[in-house]
Design a protein around this ligand. Structure first.
Ligand code: IFM
Length: 443
């Protein structure tokens, strides 16, 4: 697909791709790895759309050298991956499992040899099952466990990792995993899931302190954001939009940037102990922004358990996930963050941006994915527009390097720049891979 030339970006702009451990690694029991909540959830009949698990996924654990060669061929300056807590602490506590850390040591060195900066996420949803059995993120102690784990990882890798990301999308982990029950650990607590928000944020703050004590590597968090589009004209519709915005966007940003919790969410005061908000508001070097789509909201029916109703947004193309393709949402989101937080806002990196389509090889074995090229083209231009309007954005990571195991959707959603034939594990770069390399990175 031909697209008009991309506008200029600063020479040191960080172009990367992102993945996460459970979605690609496989090797679920190798080298002493313990079970995570996602192993348990995926192995529970009826939880995953195609009945699959992450037991093998993309077998990245054994094929990481081939995958780093794909990164080198792409020309990215950074690779965002996550570390599986149950590889490092199989039971969620105690000394590190050296064999688990050895894998990330090898990966980091292979990345550096290929001139790709390692960007490591410490928690991308794969909580050790033993911690879940003790209460998981509903339990305050998990925050302290997370900081201990962060310290063990940093002790081994801080000399080479270029950016730490503490948590990935704590909103999604709270809402889908603990509010609605469609992700691990499968709890359906609705607003009683708020302790999961506070304890993740507390764990983040304690982990930031542990990482700072170990070295000088910059630290970030990767939040999921979805700008709200109010559907309807009434005051109740606008109030519903504000309620959703507080829940999805502000709950995990206001306290990080020193504003405390949004008042409208009415968090149980007993949850937040003296000093917690100071721990959570530890200065960040980068705010990671994961963006996929805006959310349409209107007032809920009177008997609804939620103070808003999510409605489909008309007028946009849609991905295989049925998510609207709305690059304007990314621009609006970035401008909105700047307007809401001003000087308190650290530089932003787009830590995930991407789309799922039903990609497959043609008769010649080529995988052509023009929709993904159009998607990325629009979203990268949206970032440039926000930068032109004064928002400090210093990086952009495509989700994802490889087609991979998409949580409750199993293998049915393909997000990769590289196609994976799961039975053979054959990797085939899609046309978006060449486009990203030639039209964006090496322009
Ligand atoms: O695959 C996920 C990723 O793990 C977290 N952010 C959204 C992606 C697409 O759903």
């Amino acid at each position: 697909m031909t697209t008009p030339p991309m506008p200029e970006f600063p020479a040191d702009f960080r172009w990367g791709v992102a993945t996460s451990a459970y979605q690609i690694e496989g090797a679920a029991t190798a080298d002493g790895r313990g079970p995570s909540i996602w192993d348990t959830f995926a192995h529970t009949p009826g939880r995953i759309a195609d009945g699959s698990t992450g037991d093998e996924a993309c077998d990245h654990y054994h094929r990481y050298a081939e995958d780093v060669a794909l990164l080198a061929g792409l020309g990215v300056s950074a690779y965002r991956f996550s570390i599986a807590w149950p590889r490092v602490q199989p039971a969620g506590a105690g000394p590190a499992n050296p064999a688990g850390l050895d894998f990330y040591d090898r990966l980091v060195d292979t990345l550096l040899d290929a001139a790709v900066d390692p960007v490591a996420t410490l928690f991308h949803w794969d909580l050790p099952q033993a911690l879940e059995d003790a209460g998981g993120w509903l339990h305050r102690d998990t925050a302290a466990r997370f900081a201990e784990y962060a310290d063990l990882v940093a002790a081994r890798l801080d000399d080479r990792v270029k950016l730490w990301i503490t948590l990935n999308e704590p909103f999604i982990h709270m809402s889908l995993g603990h509010g609605m029950g469609v992700h691990a650990p499968g709890r359906m607590l609705l607003f009683d899931a708020f302790p999961v928000a506070h304890h993740q944020l507390l764990g983040h703050g304690l982990a930031v302190a542990a990482l700072r004590a170990r070295g000088t590597t910059p630290v970030a968090i990767a939040n999921n954001y979805s700008p709200v589009r109010v559907s309807g004209e009434t005051e109740a519709d606008r109030a519903a939009g504000a309620a959703y915005d507080a829940l999805h966007n502000r709950l995990f940003t206001d306290p990080l940037l020193g504003l405390g919790y949004p008042e409208e969410l009415d968090l149980d005061a007993a949850l937040v102990r003296d000093g917690d908000l100071d721990v959570i508001a530890a200065p960040l070097d980068v705010l990671g922004v994961n963006y996929y789509n805006p959310t349409g909201i209107r007032a809920a029916e009177e008997d609804s358990p939620l103070p808003f109703e999510i409605v489909p947004l008309a007028g946009y193309p849609r991905t295989a996930f049925d998510w609207p393709v709305a690059p304007d949402g990314l621009r609006d989101l970035l401008l909105g963050l700047r307007d809401a937080y001003g000087e308190a806002l650290p530089p932003i990196q787009i830590t995930e941006s991407g789309c799922a389509y039903h990609d497959g090889p043609d008769g010649q074995g080529r995988v052509d994915d023009p929709e993904r090229i159009a998607y990325l083209d629009g979203h990268i231009r949206a970032v440039r527009e926000a930068m032109d309007a004064g928002v400090a954005v210093t990086g952009y990571f495509v989700w994802s390097l490889l087609d991979n195991w998409e949580w409750a959707e199993g293998f049915t959603k393909r997000f990769g720049l590289v196609h994976v034939d799961y039975p053979t594990q054959r990797r085939t770069p899609k046309s978006s891979y060449a486009w990203f390399r030639d039209r964006v990175i090496r322009r």
